[in-house]
Design a protein around this ligand. Structure first.
Ligand code: T3D
Length: 270
């Protein structure tokens, strides 16, 4: 998959053909998030955002899981023997909120290659990607209620929007394991593929996105999120504003010229 590979603590980073691949790498705990890994992950997204050679990002997990959510043994959150505990709200504000906001505002699309179970914060981190491809054996678990918590990592915002209130509540209240195939049927994810095809499929989507006008792709992603709060009239106003900006872009000129001359376009903006 890669021609360059470096390790940033518990997160592996590889880069090939304009695609940055970020691999969650704590397989012994099913890639659960601890403070160190969340810091490394945010840093990996920051690096990808700042690097003009990156035109798409793939995120996956090492080993048999994608991510089991917050590491419940992490001293930052684990209840202590004396009955005291860390401040989970502060954890969310410090680690998860910046991560979700960074991921959703990336200048390039994020493809999630969900290779195994994605639970708790790991599930909502996965579902927050722009294109989510899951292996047949993968699953999604809103594990929060089972340990007395509420969906986080954007879950309260994302789940009803993706699946509708009835299904979102079913998932969040019951916390059942949702196989990838059912997640696809519910519209939570883009594709479910054979396990052996996951890496190839996710990479191929990312490579394809990398050749596209990523500035327009970023605007599409932002416009969809913004429009959740807008009236139709206001959304139409925003669409005109986006087309005004993109209509003056080099990529638009290139796209139209390539179409007219029956050649493949070469998009360069980011
Ligand atoms: O402020 C804050 O930070 C709060 C934020 C909270 C956000 C959240 O994510 S809350 C939800 C946390 N996650 C969970 O509750 C999921 C817990 N894990 C599971 O339910 C199961 O492990 C799975 C369904 C994900 C997978 O089950 P299975 O049977 O395939 O594997 P397993 O045997 O349970 O786990 C394998 C190992 O991974 C095991 O360790 P061991 O016994 O081999 O030494 C297990 O303890 C470890 N592991 C799995 N999940 C976590 C974990 N270790 C720490 N934290 C985990 N979340």
């Amino acid at each position: 998959m890669s021609n360059v590979s470096t390790a940033v603590s518990s997160v592996l980073i590889a880069h090939s053909e304009a695609v940055r691949t970020i691999t969650l790498n704590r397989p012994d705990t099913l890639n659960s998030f601890n403070g160190e890994m969340l810091t490394a992950l945010l840093e990996a997204f920051e690096q990808a955002a700042a690097d003009a050679s990156v035109r798409a990002v793939v995120v996956t997990g090492a080993g048999r899981a994608f991510c089991a959510g917050q590491d419940l043994a992490d001293p930052l959150v684990a209840p202590r023997s004396d009955g005291s505990h860390g401040d989970l709200g502060r954890m969310i504000e410090h680690f998860y909120t910046p991560l979700v906001l960074r991921m959703r505002s990336m200048p390039v699309p994020v493809v999630m290659a969900v290779n195994g179970v994605a639970a708790g914060a790991g599930a909502n981190f996965a579902l927050g990607g722009d294109i989510v491809v899951a292996a047949e054996s993968a699953s999604f678990i809103q594990a929060f209620a089972k340990i007395g918590l509420v969906p986080d990592t954007g879950g309260t915002w994302l789940l009803p929007r993706l699946a509708g209130r009835a299904r979102a509540l079913g998932l969040a209240l019951l916390g059942d394991k949702l196989p990838a195939r059912e997640a696809l049927e519910m519209g939570l994810i883009w594709k479910c593929v054979a396990d052996a095809d996951l890496e190839r499929e996710a990479t191929s989507i990312a490579q394809r996105l990398a050749t596209m006008p990523v500035r327009a792709l970023a605007t599409i992603r932002r416009a969809f999120d913004e429009a959740q709060h807008l009236s139709l009239g206001d959304a139409l106003v925003r669409e005109a504003s986006h087309q005004h900006a993109l209509g003056g872009s080099k990529d638009f000129l290139e796209g139209v010229d390539a179409f007219r001359n029956k050649r493949a376009p070469r998009f360069t903006e980011r």
